[in-house]
Write a protein that binds this ligand. Sequence first.
Ligand SMILES: *Cc1c(COP(=O)(O)O)cnc(C)c1O
Length: 362
Amino acid sequence: MSRTTVATIHLGALRHNLALIQRTAAPSRVMAVVKADAYGHGLERVARALDGQAEAFAVAALGDGLRLRAAGHRQRIAVLSGPDQPGDIAEMQRLDLDAVIHHEAQLAWLAEASPRRGRLRVWIKVDSGMHRLGFAPERVAAVHAQLAAMPGIDPQIGLLTHFAESEVFGGTVTRAQIERFNAATAGLDGPRSLANSAGLLGWPEARADWVRTGGLLYGLSVVDGKSGGDFGYRPAMTLSTRLIAINRIRAGERLGYNGTWTCPEDMPVGVAAIGYGDGYPRSAVAGTPVLVGDRRVPLVGRVSMDLITLDLREAPAARVGDRVTLWGPELPVEAVAAQAGTISYDLTCGMTRRVLFVEDEG
Ligand SMILES: *Cc1c(COP(=O)(O)O)cnc(C)c1O
C-alpha cells in the first residue's frame, strides 16, 4: 500500500536543538530525553542522529534502555522510573543503566539484590511537590544513607526532582519546589538534576549539574502561547499529506459527520488524506490552521478517521495533488495543539503505524 501521510523527521533540526540546549545549559550537562519513542520521532532514529553529540540519554522504562544499548549507544542512560520489578535490577546493571529510585519497594529490591558485578548508578527521586513519583523530602537523607551503605551502589548518588509547571516562568509553584528540593538535599553529596525543557528556559537557578530536556530537543514548547521557534529551536517533525479532492459545496449545506459546519456561501471545500487514524487530533476544531501549498487555510467540519475537510476560499489556486502540511517549520504544532485542547507533545507522540516515517538532513 502506498501511503500518502508522511512524517518527515529533520535530523539537522535535532542536532541544532541539542547544540542550543547544551550551549544554554553549560556548564550544566544535558540528558537528551528520548522516552515515548523519542516523543514520537523514533527512538533509534533520534539516538543515531545525536550519537556523536549527546552525553546522556533518559528514557521512561528499562525496555527503551535495552533498545538503545542494542543499537550500540554507549552513553549514560537514565531510566526515569527505575526498576519496575526486582529482576530489573540485574538487567539494569548488565546494561549499565542509571536507575532512578522513587519508592520504598525499589529500595528493598536493591538491598535484596545487592548488585555485585560493578556498581549500579542510582538517583534518588525527590517529591518536591508534584506528588507523582518520589520520596517525601523528610525521607531523602535516610534513603541516601541507606543507599550509601550498600556495597553494590555507586557512591556518587544522584538527587533528582521534577517540576509540575515550570512553563509558568516566575510562578510560585516552581519556586517552592526548588526550595523544598534544596532543603531536602542540603549537605548530601552527589549530582543534582531538577530542570526539564521549560525549567531550562525559565529557571536558570535550577540548572544544577544536569538538565533533562525532551520537548526542546524536538523543537517543542509547552510555554503558553509560544512555540519552540520563539526560543530559537527548530521543529524536528513535518507532518504532511495530499489534497485528494476539491468540491464546490452550496451555501447552507452542512459538511461531514453530524454536519457541524455549514457553508456560508457557495465555496470550494478541499479534502485531505489524513485523519485521527493517522494521529491528527479528532478534537481539532473548525478554524485549526492547515497549509495547502504555502497557503494557510482553516479546517472545517469534523476530523474523521481518514480525511479532513478544508475551507479553500482563500486558496483559489489549490489543485488536487497539492501538498498539505499539518504541522512543521512553516506551521507550529503548538498552534494546532492549542486548537485541539492539548499540547504539542501529545500530537507528536500520537502518530500511528499508518504514517510513513522518512528522514531528511534539514
Ligand atoms: C519527560 C520528563 C522530562 C523531560 O520533560 P520535557 O518537558 O519534555 O523537557 C524530564 N524529566 C522527567 C522525570 C520526565 O518524565
